[in-house]
Design a protein around this ligand. Structure first.
Ligand code: FES
Ligand code: FES
Length: 159
């Protein structure tokens, strides 16, 4: 079909094949094409971090990646992080430490924090603050988010 491209992307362990316009953003592919609305859009130009997902092991802003660029890749979104019955340790820590208020930034914060803890399992407070410095939160003042990420790091590092 002219004007479209076929992409195959594995999202949260499920393989999807879709015909998309080349200009379609990965975030819109996730939210609109696949109906995975856990990934949020804020600024839509790479500033706020709300749209952060994990693409082949690295956090990316899904408003700055085209869906066709993710062809053949693995994506992890907040829907793949945990379940209501079994929260991921990061989600559990955000809950326990009140790391969210309105929750709009939370999916992006969680995915950014996941990337941070995978690469730096025992971060200092300064490293956590640096790690989330590209994610904007209008509500919390960040203190509880930092506390939650440090607590999750502790939990994940414990045998
Ligand atoms: S919506 Fe992607 S960085 Fe703001
Ligand atoms: S909790 Fe509202 S923007 Fe972060």
């Amino acid at each position: 079909m002219s004007g479209t491209a076929r992409v195959t992307v594995t999202v949260n362990g499920t393989r999807y094949e879709r015909e998309v316009e080349p200009r379609l953003l990965l975030g819109d592919f996730l939210r609109v094409t696949l109906g995975l609305t856990g990934t949020h859009f804020g600024c839509e130009h790479g500033v706020c971090g709300a749209c952060t997902v994990i693409l082949d092991g690295d956090s990316v802003r899904s408003c700055l990646v085209f869906a066709v660029q993710a062809d053949g890749s693995e994506v992890l979104t907040v829907e793949g992080l945990g379940t209501m019955e079994r929260l991921h340790p990061l989600q559990q820590a955000f809950r326990e430490h009140h790391g969210l208020q309105c929750g709009y930034c939370t999916p992006g914060m969680l995915m950014t924090a996941l990337d941070l803890l995978r690469k730096t399992p025992r971060p200092s407070e300064a490293a956590v603050r640096d790690g989330i410095s590209g994610n904007l939160c209008r509500c919390t003042g960040y203190q509880n988010i930092v506390a939650a990420i440090l607590a999750a790091a502790e939990r994940l590092a414990s045998p």
